[in-house]
Ligand binder design. Structure first.
Ligand code: SF4
Length: 327
């Protein structure tokens, strides 16, 4: 790879993003956690709010999980924020709130995997540790014409080891961000902008007309359809919520709901839908006088904004509150 051309392209064409103005490993950690599952445009306002509210490891570690989840509600994939929060607590206890500087120490932070460790070590500390995401896989497999299935671990290992060789010849801080930026802006999954690519003269996929075949993956995402009855239960201006027992929504507050078809004697208020990455929820919303669950928490209608509610139920709650206001 012509690393010089790639790095030069990055210097001239990178997007101006807030976390590119810092070498603070904590800020880079937060940005990487947010960007792993979420589009850049969505992340930016959340990142700004997060860093204003929790500017340091200590401020995050000393907050409550509820504060953290309330701040990020709407972004999705909440488990990552619980792990980020636990990671901050670990850093406060074990490293006195000072971000460690070696790979082994960074990798030991709860919830920080190989990708995030590599991103932090290279971007914050300019150390040659590879961070491989979907963008990197696409760029390297196209550049070298790797036609093997990239969902197979031996292919991923092969790409990772090539990526590691490249970063060892590069300026790690620039290289890591440059490959990801190239994947995001130029070497897009569909219709890459090869004429603008700094690697076009050496790209095997372009030369051999293989772009549509690379990266090859047989990963099929199946969307599971789930049907719920979701209950609105009022008691003296307090609405019933249940802290989620589902690992993906841990720490969030859900309206009571059961997974089944609506019965004939349950009067439908409205039906709502929400699509997660691997599930689609259909929620028939009904109002009842009571709901039996030992974990119910009654939240006053004026305080509902201060608890973390996942997007799937947030839109139901908003609609219900609006309707109640206008009665
Ligand atoms: S030339 Fe095209 S396919 Fe090859 S790396 Fe560049 S953008 Fe990707």
């Amino acid at each position: 790879m012509n690393i010089g051309a790639l790095e030069q392209w990055y210097q001239n064409h990178q997007r101006d993003l807030p976390f590119r103005h810092t070498k603070n490993p904590y800020a880079i950690w937060v940005s990487e956690v947010m960007l792993q599952q979420t589009q850049m445009e969505t992340v930016l306002p959340y990142y700004a709010r997060f860093m204003t509210r929790f500017p340091t490891i200590e401020s995050l570690a000393k907050a409550t999980l509820e504060d953290v989840l309330t701040l990020v509600q709407g972004i999705g994939y909440y488990r990552r924020f619980k792990l980020l929060y636990l990671g901050a607590q670990y850093l406060l206890q074990v490293h006195q709130g000072i971000f460690p500087t070696t790979y082994q120490e960074v990798r030991s932070i709860p919830g920080v995997g190989e990708y995030t460790s590599g991103a932090i070590m290279s971007i914050a500390f300019n150390q040659p540790y590879a961070a491989m995401d979907g963008n990197v896989i696409r760029v390297i497999s196209r550049l070298l014409g790797i036609e093997e299935n990239t969902s197979v671990s031996s292919t991923r290992k092969k790409i990772h080891s090539i990526h590691q060789t490249f970063i060892e010849q590069a300026t790690p801080r620039i290289y890591t961000q440059a490959v990801m930026e190239l994947g995001a802006l130029i070497c897009k999954p569909q219709s890459p902008l090869c004429e603008k690519c700094p690697l076009k003269t050496e790209c095997v996929a372009l030369k051999e007309g293989l772009i549509h075949r690379i990266p090859s993956s047989d990963k099929v995402i199946t969307i599971k359809q789930r049907k719920f009855v979701t209950f609105i239960v009022w008691r003296d201006n307090h609405l019933a919520f249940i802290p989620s027992k589902n690992a993906l929504l841990e720490g969030m507050y859900l309206l009571p709901q059961v997974e089944r078809e609506r019965k004939q004697d349950e009067t439908l208020i409205d039906t709502f839908f929400h699509v997660f990455s691997h599930q689609k929820w259909t929620m028939d919303v009904v109002e009842v006088d009571d709901f039996d669950d030992k974990d119910i928490q009654w939240i006053h209608r004026d305080n509902i904004d201060s608890i973390p509610i996942p997007q799937a139920h947030k839109k139901i709650v908003k609609t219900i509150l609006l309707a109640k206001k206008s009665v």
